[in-house]
Design a protein around this ligand. Sequence first.
Ligand SMILES: Nc1ncnc2c1ncn2[C@@H]1O[C@H](COP(=O)(O)O)[C@@H](OP(=O)(O)O)[C@H]1O
Ligand SMILES: [Mg+2]
Length: 603
Amino acid sequence: KTFTVTNNCGYTVWPGILSAGNSPAALDSTGFALAPGESRTMPAPHGWSGRLWGRTFCSTDPAGRFACATGDCGSGRLDCAGNAAKPPATLAEFTLDGSGGMDFYDVSLVDGYNLPMLVTPRGGVTGENCAPTGCMVDLNGKCPAELSVASPAAAGGGGVACKSACEAFGSAQYCCSGEYGNPNTCRPSAYSQFFKNACPRAYSYAYDDATSTFTCASGDTSYDITFCPSTASVKSVGSDHGMVYAGGAQLVSSSPRVAAKTWLPPGVIVVGVAVQKDILQSGVQSKADQSPVTVADYGSQILVSLVLKMEAPASSSFSMVAEEDSEELRKEGAEEILENITELVNETIVDDGTYSIYFSKEGILSAIDDGKSEGGPSGRHWVLDPIDGTKGFLRGDQYAIALALLDEGKVVLGVLACPNLSLGSIGNLNGGSSGDQVGALFSATIGCGAEVESLQGSPAQKISVCSIDNPVEASFFESYEGAHSLRDLTGSIAEKLGVQAPPVRIDSQAKYGALARGDGAIYLRFPHKGYREKIWDHAAGSIVVTEAGGLVTDASGNDLDFSKGRFLDLDTGIIATNKQLMPSLLKAVQDAIKEQNQAASPL
Ligand SMILES: Nc1ncnc2c1ncn2[C@@H]1O[C@H](COP(=O)(O)O)[C@@H](OP(=O)(O)O)[C@H]1O
Ligand SMILES: [Mg+2]
């Protein structure tokens, strides 16, 4: 019987362990460091009880004293040596071999929250309530201001933890003390509801036992404890599949940006990453069987629309312009694919643990059709490409999940998840670089700039386009697929500009993301005549670039107009670059087009 602690965060976590006073034995450590991706397995002694948490932003000061911005245990050392975590901290609590031969465990936010954590039983796994529990969500970004703990240790001095109402206000009512010291008088508060809605399985206040305590038959059940679980491939276990439709848990307050950013990764990326891996492993890369891509495509669309419906302010009506609709799936012969999608979606929701929702096949079809909106110049519309760069996805190359929000015909928010794009610059080379972390999440809000963060949830960093003003030093991006852009034309534009470097060819809107953080200077896209660009292929990418200080226009220098429905109405092609290079780029584009037209009709 063991505990395996895994750090799936994009940053180092220092687990701390406290054995209870009455615990017959201690674990073999009370504190250690776990680098991203690292894990450590420890024997779980018979009858052990105690708690485990993650410390973040730790360092040793010049005097040799070790301290952490969150979860610190005050020992001044790496090991906690019998000290508890200073709140706020997400806690995993265990009592092994308790009454009736059962292990009892929970994840508690009663002392606040500092990072996502999941406890998964493994091995024996029997017992009615033997299931994964935890809090999968990164709550630091959406913590109510009065509970939020900021630290200069975080990039940008952002939120690093979220206090409980008891800690923040100290009242008996929130702390369940004094006359509130029993379950009848101490009730959930708006604050505990904030935690409960985000993480329904975790303890949100002291008497939240009914839905928060889990038990497994002791036997040889081992436990996996994972920090930042959401991008791990978490398999569900136990008898926990009997989830029923329970309606929408509405978050107390969440801005669309936070909703979009926080919720793209957990379910959707897991689906993307897992399905791409399956495709590559099974070798289904031929065009003949596109069904795995199809499943991922629909699955991604359903999960994003589910999350948006749950998390976006409910007041206005929901409208989404998305690439897929259910028509093909309603046809004869599509039963198996529909079955696979239904299974994938339901499994992902159960594994994630945030929502208690079950989709029937009919539910799946109608959820897909949530994306049928026509968009247009008035009102608010989400714009989604569930898997952009399908060809790249199939090849194991770049792809993106691209989500934007249109408000009165203008893009006001964009989120671009690129699971295969390295977090660091891809420089002037095709492909990844120096053993860097992979998985980048770009986001932008109108007037507020653009950011990138790791898909594993590292703090966001502001990005800006490169400041090159000499085209000779510039490199340009274009589609990997030759059929998507006229290479004679882009080659001739580059030549006229004096660009020396060969084109960097990658799939999907990852090009916009890479351009926005200065990996390259120019993006050229010139489809064959008659091709109509769709808004979901450019909405998120273009706001990421413009908010990073760049410009995105058509070949005549007009801004892209997203108010015309599902298609963009534009002159010839799309170009993007920084403000310095745009005038000369536009001139080169127009000269090259003129030349091409003259060559085509020599009169
Ligand atoms: N002939 C064509 N010309 C231009 N774009 C095309 C095209 N055929 C498909 N596309 C679009 O190009 C997108 C991929 O762009 P890129 O070449 O930059 O990777 C596709 O998105 P999907 O993969 O979501 O279908 C599709 O919408
Ligand atoms: Mg696309």
